[in-house]
Design a protein around this ligand. Structure first.
Ligand code: FES
Length: 285
């Protein structure tokens, strides 16, 4: 029985076809390579011209503008417009690129940073290795990341470091002060209630929160799929792949970053998380 392809499947297949053609061109004789590249660029220029006209005309009409916004939601349309420079990639994608650019420098100093989300002008970043901690080098690396993000992505005005409290090293029971409830922290389940490879949701006055434990790294997200906002807690967690698949329409998410692997511009909403005396605390927005 043949199964119908999803839009994401079709997009992936189309992208793979382009990649295969580009790889094949790279193996041609230089003269043939030049001709093929010229053909590709000429067709792209032609498409860009027509697409720019379509977008400009749509923007001139209120109904067209609305339609354009709906169209940009489609992953294939969005990818095409970004490719031609007609719309800018969203701040999350641009911030991710900035971080990828800064990664060789961070790694050469024994550190790393992972972008979790960009929301309301704030970039939420999780730090690893020598980027973490209070040393002068950690401060310098953090500054480097922050300056690059603020400079390259004008929508970002602030960087917030997400406390990586859930790594095994931090799942200690040292006496620490419980996070302040008046600052928005809410008490969640005990760490023991969320064993590795499992997830637990709990209700709060700010909506349902999902806690996921992937190899002793805890993450907290709004218990709402980035597709249609339906609860994710009945989904399938694959600890080996590090993914969570929504039970409703099968969108797949990277558990550590919350990034949607099915529709790249979608993202789970992460919450800061702390572990104090074996209790998980979260700060939903
Ligand atoms: S609500 Fe549609 S995939 Fe999750």
């Amino acid at each position: 029985m043949t199964q119908s392809l999803t839009v994401a499947d079709e997009l992936e297949q189309a992208a793979a076809r382009v990649d295969a053609a580009v790889a094949a061109v790279a193996k041609l004789e230089p003269a043939a390579q030049t001709a093929a590249t010229e053909l590709k660029q000429a067709i792209e220029a032609f498409h860009k011209l027509a697409l720019t006209t379509i977008v400009r005309r749509l923007k001139q009409d209120p109904r067209g503008k609305e339609l354009l916004l709906e169209l940009v939601e489609d992953p294939a349309v969005y990818a095409l417009l970004v490719m031609h420079g007609i719309v800018r990639a969203d701040p999350l994608t641009r911030a991710r690129r900035v971080l990828d650019g800064a990664r060789p420098y961070m790694q050469s100093h024994g550190g790393d940073a992972e972008l979790v989300d960009v929301r309301d002008g704030v970039a939420y970043v999780r730090l690893h290795g020598s980027c973490n901690g209070c040393s002068l080098s950690a401060f310098t690396l953090r500054k480097h990341v922050e300056e690059a993000l603020l400079r390259e992505v004008p929508e970002i005005t602030r960087l917030e470091v997400i406390n990586d409290q859930a790594t095994p090293a931090i799942l200690r029971t040292e006496a620490q002060e419980a996070p302040a409830i008046e600052k928005g922290w809410l008490r969640g389940p005990a760490v023991a209630e969320v064993p590795p490879g499992q997830m637990v949701s709990f209700a709060t006055e700010r909506g349902s929160v999902l806690i996921v434990n992937l190899a002793n790294r805890l993450s907290a997200y709004r218990n709402a799929c980035a597709h249609q906002g339906r609860p994710l807690d009945g989904g399938m967690l694959d600890p080996d792949a590090g993914t969570l698949t929504c039970p409703w329409h099968g969108f797949c998410f990277d558990v550590q970053s919350g990034e949607c692997l099915t529709a790249p511009q979608a993202q789970l909403e992460p919450f800061p998380l702390r572990v104090v005396d074996g209790i998980i605390w979260v700060r939903p927005q």
